[in-house]
Design a protein around this ligand. Structure first.
Ligand SMILES: [Zn+2]
Length: 388
């Protein structure tokens, strides 16, 4: 992809240079054209410092050459040479006499450079300034401002900007993002034991995305903190219908809720069994196994786990099965099972448990925001032999 883009830019740049050269020749001088080719040579020879210097010193910024300067800045940014991209874009702003909208587009490019370089204050200053710009620039500037607030974890400000973007053509995407911002606020309040504020924030999260499994999880936790166990069970069990792959994330909280409530453990198991029909998760199987162990004994539990493993084999399930047999075995057989267990543990020890379905980012802990593609709700548990 990068190679194609580079190729396209170079062809476009050469075409532009040829045209410039011809134009200058017609005026009686080919000085600009030759400097242009010199700059292009530096770029092709991987000498970006000299290329930037040549373009900046010798290629005047005017409406005819603007695209070339912007292409150079964009290319440097994609190559990760952010300091040089900043120099190119700042040079355009300092030296060009362009119309207002073109200048605003350049400011936007510079704000992107600052954002990627982590210079968030400068990026914010520029993007906020562009909020009074033409509609196309304004919308892009909101997106940059939103990314800055996300990075700074300024959720209240992010909500305000996302609300402006949500009136556009990607309402659902931004409504989901707003719901996550309220969830972030609610989680912070929960950690600080500000339960009423957490409840209010999570209600707002549900208001912007009624099917958010994350909001149900937090709401369940808030209810448990206030000893409202039946309410917690009700909201946590919604996750099966909202997005069943996130049921494993709720199992710990749901177990606590059932322990605190007067509801029978049969009801808990019936709900878990209904979840298994939708999503064959080993975490659900192991939670059912733990809940029937005292009642039915190890043999029945081992049979139940083995039956599930026949249909959906997982290493975690196998490890549990080994544990059950180890508890009921003596002598050399127990030692052999112990060796086998260390193998199965090693097999999954360094394996990721979650993956982003947009960019493939993988990690061991659940995140609602993908740090790689910067999107919400794209990371999901990995199913299969080494996962759920
Ligand atoms: Zn991603």
């Amino acid at each position: 992809m990068e190679t194609w883009l580079l190729y396209f830019l170079i062809v476009a740049a050469i075409g532009c240079g040829w045209w410039l050269g011809r134009r200058e020749k017609r005026k009686g001088t080919d000085a600009v054209g030759s400097k242009y080719y010199q700059g292009l040579n530096f770029l092709l020879n991987e000498e970006p410092d000299r290329a930037v210097a040549t373009f900046i010193d010798d290629l005047e910024v005017n409406p005819d050459t603007l695209e070339t300067h912007l292409a150079l800045g964009g290319l440097l940014r994609r190559r990760g040479e952010l300091d040089k991209a900043v120099v190119v874009h700042e040079n355009i702003l300092n030296r060009a006499t362009l119309d207002k909208e073109s200048m605003q587009h350049v400011q936007l490019e510079l704000a992107r450079d600052y954002l990627l370089a982590g210079l968030l204050d400068r990026a914010e200053e520029l993007s906020v300034e562009l909020e009074g710009a033409s509609p196309s620039v304004k919308n892009d500037s909101y997106k940059i401002t939103l990314e800055i607030y996300e990075r700074e974890r300024e959720w209240a400000q992010a909500i305000e900007v996302a609300k402006l973007l949500a009136v556009g053509d990607r309402t659902e995407k931004y409504e989901k993002a707003i719901s996550h911002y309220y969830c972030e606020i609610a989680e912070t309040c929960l950690k600080k034991n500000r339960i009423e504020e957490a409840r209010s924030a999570v209600s707002d999260a549900i208001g912007h995305d009624a099917n958010s499994p994350r909001a149900s999880l937090i709401r369940g936790q808030v209810d448990i903190n206030e000893q409202l166990f039946d309410d917690a069970i009700k909201v946590l069990q919604k996750i099966r219908d909202q997005d069943a792959v996130y049921v494993p994330e709720s199992l710990e909280t749901l177990s606590i809720a059932y322990q605190g409530s007067n509801q029978p453990s049969d009801a808990f198991r019936a709900y878990l069994s209904s979840c298994l029909e939708v999503t064959p998760s080993i975490s659900i199987v192991l939670t059912i196994a733990a809940s029937i162990r005292d009642e039915l004994g190890d043999e029945a539990v081992a049979k139940f786990v083995a039956n599930h493993l026949k249909k959906n084999p997982t290493i975690r399930g196998l490890t549990q099965l080994i544990d059950l047999h180890m508890d009921n075995t003596e002598g050399i057989a127990k030692e052999n099972l112990s060796i086998l267990r260390s193998f199965t543990e090693a097999l999954v020890a360094d394996k990721p448990a979650y993956r982003c379905n947009h960019c493939g980012f993988e990690g061991k802990k659940m995140r609602w925001y993908c740090p790689s593609c910067k999107d919400w709700s794209t990371i999901r548990p990995i199913f299969g032999l080494e996962g759920e």
